[in-house]
Design a protein around this ligand. Sequence first.
Ligand code: H2U
Ligand code: ZN
Length: 358
Amino acid sequence: MLDWTLHPHRRFNPLTREWVLVSPHRTERPWQGQVEREAQPAAVRFDPECYLCPGNSRLGGARNAAYAGTFVFENDFATLKAETPEFMHDESGLLVAQSERGTCRVVCFSPRHDLTLARMAAAEIRPVIDTWAEQYTELGAMPHIGYVQIFENRGEMMGCSNAHPHGQIWASQRMPHEIAKEDRAQIEYQQARGSCLLCDYLALEHRTGERVVCENEFFAALVPFWAIWPFEVLLASRRHRTGIDQFDPAEREALAALLKEITTRYDNLFECSFPYSMGLHQRPAGGASNQAWHFHAHFYPPLLRSATVRKFMVGYEMLCQPQRDITAESAAARLRELASRHYLDSLPSNPDDQVGMR
Ligand code: H2U
Ligand code: ZN
């Protein structure tokens, strides 16, 4: 019997059908490399220089509405555009290119510059869920759209350009390759076994609970067996739902609550504003055979051992395959042991908090 707390081994990701190398004995190696800047939440509720705060002008020349809840606008520097002409290029199957149409939007989660999902109340996150659902439906219905990717880059370390709580939506003509991998894997699993890959996986995880971090009636957050990032989390609906548009009000509230809880536990881990890339994975647009899709979100956080030491995906990982040092089981145990109340909530409030507020 393999002791995966001791022996190097590789683990299989059934969603992407890729492997991750797990080397549990390497956690104690010294670190004299790059140290990151520790991230803390922004201090002001309104920043006159912020291109996402209500009423401010953006770099593209447009001005934000004086919004009070969520706010959606077309990305002024969109990666994909609806009006792109169709073309195809193929020379010997070696120089291959094709046009890609799409639409990119930015979603502000709150008018308050100083908040993050972890610092928002679940009742304030609920409108974000509703906005994501509306956008998913609206963009997915557009004839040039084949897949809608909703995501959040949190923190400078992940390339986020602004502390204001926001996410992005990139809707593309075709399925991007990470989605195509998950699409194939879920469809083929269902064809082979007659059941859903993630429904079966969640049932398996609930047998021991050792990788489950937190859950409520409708959603579960766990460190997947095949996690690559140190504190990677997979958040999935406990019922089979193919997209965010299928959640009823109780499920939307539960999703808001679990998003708050997992981001709070993340912040509490190293007492910082925990950076990550998070994205929703759900059925592609266009209505092809997609009953096999099970709604989930991936959190990919870079931090490894403190607020300033991150994991790099370099060397062997770029050339061969990803590798991790701490096991998924020990990462889940650490996240599970943390308080679900935010560490800043126990500190006295800062009088400077009001600076710049209108
Ligand atoms: P990130 O912080 O995840 O980079 O998202 C910010 C997005 O906002 C980014 O895609 C867009 C950038 O193109 N943006 C605008 O659309 N208008 C602006 O005035 C600045 C930034
Ligand atoms: Zn702002």
